[in-house]
Design a protein around this ligand. Structure first.
Ligand SMILES: Cc1cc2nc3c(=O)[nH]c(=O)nc-3n(C[C@H](O)[C@H](O)[C@H](O)COP(=O)(O)OP(=O)(O)OC[C@H]3O[C@@H](n4cnc5c(N)ncnc54)[C@H](O)[C@@H]3O)c2cc1C
Length: 430
């Protein structure tokens, strides 16, 4: 780990002002904060996690260009670092909102990081730490120390202590190992008030719970994984350091199945299309091709959704002689107990046949659920029947990114630009 510049952790006072308060520091929220500040307005960005980037920071590569997320994120982080008009509050959540468009008072709870701005991310504390915790970023497949750097691109680039262990006596060893006196296990939560003209809510999405789709064997068979696990497995900083192997025995992949619409376009689960899953699976098929040139890839779909120029990517993947597209929804996954392989049963609706395909591992392309279902803005807000925020002109809280609809990164960023402009106009009568 390279040593980084110390960063200032704001705010020092209990009150601050903003033109726009942005909630959610994923790609959509970061974009709003950056674009607001680059036109000379002040943005306060509230993020619940210890670092910015949201789901994108956990991807291996982006479709359609297949570049690493570091590209896009690093450009945004550079714009943030050089901008005095953005105040970032990590480990923070909005508790209440009062007031009206043009004049909101928002209380924000800032949870303790237990690390102060003197941290240089040297890693001495982590090396001596004896406590391990489940690594949520890696979908629970490995562990980190109780004092950890969220990831290599983390911003702010400093450590954090898992609050569960802040009071554990064993953490004192970390305090002693820190030559910068950067660890303060007595830090307390703090509540501040932000006076803002407008609020943009960009708290993103969660994956649909695959365990609810009981015919697809997730949680029952080890070799049924989700698309999120696949993304982390393929990542060099993931639990398998970039090796895509099946969980039951670490075997390399010879045949793999991608199960589209796992929960999406299904009236028993998510009746809507999650918009990004087809392209995400095609992207993941290219990960497998790269690692295992001889592997066979079977992708089961209802309809392939690849709008606009994304069709070029679909065409390219279709041309691959090792990637087989099967039109038909997988109705059942069962396990061959002799070898841990999975049997995917589907009706091929083009040929009118019924198929059974045996694979080493199955990847469920789970749908996107708006995070506002769990943590809606604490103010009267309108939602559609699936929990996505409606654009509500009357109370000035503007939904942005995947809280209003499933979007890919490019569409989330475009939506964020629109939300930025609308937020600037809140309370101006325009
Ligand atoms: C398997 C998979 C692969 C994908 N691959 C690609 C790809 O290759 N290319 C592509 O274009 N798109 C891809 N996507 C879609 C991409 O993930 C989304 O477009 C993107 O994450 C949307 O960004 P967002 O900012 O709206 O939401 P998020 O990324 O979810 O960010 C939301 C942020 O808000 C924070 N937050 C949540 N609740 C609160 C709260 N109450 N208070 C404060 N902060 C909160 C979160 O911690 C997070 O940082 C993929 C999706 C899936 C499922």
């Amino acid at each position: 780990m390279m040593e980084s510049e110390p960063v200032e952790i704001k705010p020092e006072s209990n009150e601050t002002i903003a033109d726009t308060l942005v909630v959610g520091g994923g790609i959509a929220g970061m974009t709003v904060a950056i674009e607001t500040s680059e036109v000379g307005k002040k943005a306060v960005l509230v993020e619940r996690e210890p670092s910015l980037g949201g789901r994108v920071a956990s991807m291996n590569l982006y479709f359609p260009k297949l570049c690493p997320p570091a590209c896009g994120l690093e450009i945004n982080l550079r714009r943030i670092r050089s901008n005095p008009n953005i105040e970032i509050l990590t480990l923070s959540e909005v508790e209440s909102i009062s007031g009206s468009p043009g004049n909101y008072n928002v209380t924000v709870k800032i949870n303790p990081r237990y690390i102060n701005a003197r941290c240089t991310a040297c890693g001495d504390c982590e090396r001596v730490c004896e406590i391990e915790r489940v690594n949520v970023r890696n979908e629970g497949l490995d562990k980190t120390k109780a004092i950890y750097l969220p990831h290599l691109l983390a911003y702010p680039p400093i450590y954090v202590v898992d609050p569960v262990y802040a009071g554990d006596d064993r953490m004192k060893k970390c305090v002693e190992a820190c030559q910068y006196n950067a660890i303060d296990l007595d830090m307390q939560p703090k509540t501040i008030t932000v006076n803002a003209k407008a609020i943009v809510w960009a708290t993103g999405w969660k994956p649909y719970d695959a365990a609810k789709i009981d015919n697809l064997g997730f949680g029952q068979y080890k070799n049924v994984i989700t698309s999120l696990v696949m993304e982390r497995m393929a990542s060099a900083d993931g639990p398998t350091e970039g090796k895509i192997i099946r969980p039951s025995d670490g075997k390399e992949i010879a045949r793999i199945g991608f199960v589209q619409c796992a929960g999406s376009r299904d009236e028993n689960h998510l009746p809507y299309c999650s918009a990004v899953c087809c392209l995400a699976s095609m992207k993941q098929a290219t990960y497998v091709r790269e690692l295992y040139p001889e592997a066979e890839i079977h992708l089961f779909y209802i309809d392939v959704r690849s709008p606009g120029r994304l069709e070029d990517f679909y065409n390219k993947v279709q041309d691959d002689e090792k990637i087989f597209f099967h039109r038909g929804k997988v109705g059942k996954i069962s396990e061959n107990p002799e070898n841990g392989n999975l049997i995917l049963e589907a009706e091929d609706t083009l040929k009118g046949t019924y198929s059974k395909t045996e694979v080493d591992m199955a990847v469920l392309a789970v749908g996107l659920v708006p995070s506002t279902l769990e943590s809606p803005p604490p103010i009267d807000t309108e939602f559609d029947e699936y929990g996505f925020m409606r654009v509500n002109e009357t109370n000035g809280v503007i939904g942005c990114g995947t809280v209003i609809r499933p979007f890919d990164v490019a569409a989330s960023v475009q939506d964020a630009t629109g939300a930025t402009l609308r937020a600037i106009n809140v309370g101006t009568g325009r």
